[in-house]
Design a protein around this ligand. Structure first.
Ligand SMILES: [Ca+2]
Ligand SMILES: [Ca+2]
Ligand SMILES: [Ca+2]
Ligand SMILES: [Ca+2]
Length: 450
């Protein structure tokens, strides 16, 4: 028989054999995770899943603080501009004309009206909404006024086509201000909507592109020079009162709020200019990173930027001399214009229509609007039910973000991927065990024969 030492050795070897046979081997591949998950999570997060470290999963939630609420993609050509008033979003859609969306439910923007705009449209289309009328600057096709009092049946009231190109439009009271090539800034009296009547023009001979207004001043950008401020108190004699030379980049768009003019300067980013002294404008700061800023909309201490190539960017401007990027939302397709209303950002997203993006304060990929209005989760807690998976991920995976006992199943390594390796290893180890067993047995017999 075995000696006492041999007995323990044999017991240990038998234990080791079964341990190796039954112990699960770690996965050697990430392919057990779907491509959808890989899209949302970086390699660190994937590692956290693999090691089943739920606390790590929670802390590595994506860092965007704005998330997509919905996307309307019914554009016939390309959505260039968006203007929002209360429960309606108005889109200037190349090939599609004026499109009216009911956005009472932001998760399901519903097209309720459309007015095709005839003409050979080759370039940008911009619009402005005031009261029951949509004013459209329609490139080579001129200017239009459309009655939108009946949202499901917008009616063309008049056309105005004095110059070759109409780029942008701003409306205040009885006056519409259009930027054109040829006449520069055209001021149209629209008190009679059926018969728009040009009453003045301001032409400095440049390439005037965009227009915005505030109080008695009109702000226009010249693509080749910079920002001009025009006093329109005497509407028939517009007078230039200020100029800011934008020597870096092209000034595509201007937006004014209180004492600051925000100028989108393409690949040079955004310029902030103090306009309190119109005759001596002072540049406050510049924000620049890769991309091309083509439009801007501000709201108090926050600025929203349309980056043509990268979607939405958000800056904190509580310190006007030092704008700080605090969020972004990437979008494919060209982003042309941005509009902000009540914590929601609307981005005219070219071929992809309209993107509706909301603030997401707890960075869980679920906008506050969705947490409060749709899913009843906590907008200030990324993991409302404390099960280790953040709210946005639970919605994505179809589990209940308010039930800690319902959570996404962490995929286990599939047998097909590891079985070859595992059973090969078992074969080799078994072979070694059998050999050891026989060596002991033979040694024992030898000892007996002695
Ligand atoms: Ca959230
Ligand atoms: Ca949440
Ligand atoms: Ca959860
Ligand atoms: Ca849950």
């Amino acid at each position: 028989m075995f000696s006492k030492g041999d007995k323990y050795k044999r017991k240990f070897l038998v234990f080791l054999f079964f341990f190796i046979l039954l112990a699960p081997l770690p996965s050697f591949s990430n392919s057990a995770f779907s491509s959808k998950q890989e899209k949302y999570y970086d390699s660190e997060l994937l590692y956290a899943f693999e090691t089943q470290n739920l606390n790590l999963v929670k802390s590595l939630a994506t860092t965007n603080n704005y998330s997509l609420i919905s996307q309307w993609n019914g554009s016939l050509g390309s959505t260039f501009d968006v203007f929002v008033v209360d429960e309606f979003a108005y889109l200037a859609d190349k090939d599609g004309g004026l499109v009216i969306l009911d956005i009472t439910n932001l998760t399901q923007p519903r097209e309720i009206g459309r007015k095709a705009i005839a003409g050979d449209i080759v370039g940008a289309v911009n619009l402005f909404i005031e009261n029951d009328y949509a004013y459209i600057a329609n490139d080579v096709d001129g200017a239009r006024i459309i009655d939108i009092s009946n949202k499901s049946e917008p009616k063309l009231i008049s056309e105005y086509h004095d110059e070759l190109y109409y780029w942008d439009v701003y409306v205040s009271g009885n006056y519409a201000f259009y930027t054109t090539i040829g006449d520069g800034l055209e001021i149209i009296n629209v008190s009679n909507k059926a018969i728009p009547n040009e009453i003045a023009q301001y032409n400095m001979g440049g390439f005037i592109w965009s227009v915005w207004g505030s109080e008695n001043y009109i702000y226009i950008t010249d693509l080749n020079t910079g920002l001009e401020i025009i006093n329109v108190t005497e509407i028939t004699t517009p007078t230039k009162v200020g100029f800011h030379d934008v020597y870096t980049g092209q000034p595509f768009s201007v937006f004014v709020e209180e004492d600051v003019a925000f100028i989108a300067v393409g690949n040079e980013g955004l310029e902030l200019v103090n306009i309190s002294e119109k005759s001596s404008l002072v540049k406050l700061s510049q924000f620049k990173e890769s991309g091309s800023i083509v439009d801007v909309h501000s709201n108090n201490d926050t600025v929203f930027l349309a980056d043509k190539f990268n979607g939405l960017k958000i800056l904190d401007i509580s310190n006007k001399s030092n704008p700080v990027k605090v969020g972004s939302y990437s979008l494919s397709g060209d982003s042309w214009n941005v509009f902000y209303q009540e914590e929601v950002v609307y981005l005219a997203n070219g071929q992809n229509g309209l993107a509706i993006i909301g603030i997401d304060r707890d960075n869980d990929d679920l906008a506050d609007y969705l947490e409060l209005e749709i899913y009843d989760t906590d907008p200030l807690n990324p993991d409302s039910d404390g099960d280790g998976f953040h709210d946005g991920y639970e919605i994505e995976m179809g589990t209940n973000p308010n039930d800690p006992n319902d959570y996404p199943i962490i995929p286990s390594p599939s047998p097909t991927e590891t079985s070859g390796f595992k059973y090969g290893l078992i074969f080799v180890i078994s072979f070694i065990f059998i050999k050891i067993f026989f060596v002991i047995k033979i040694n024992k017999r030898k000892n007996k024969l002695k």
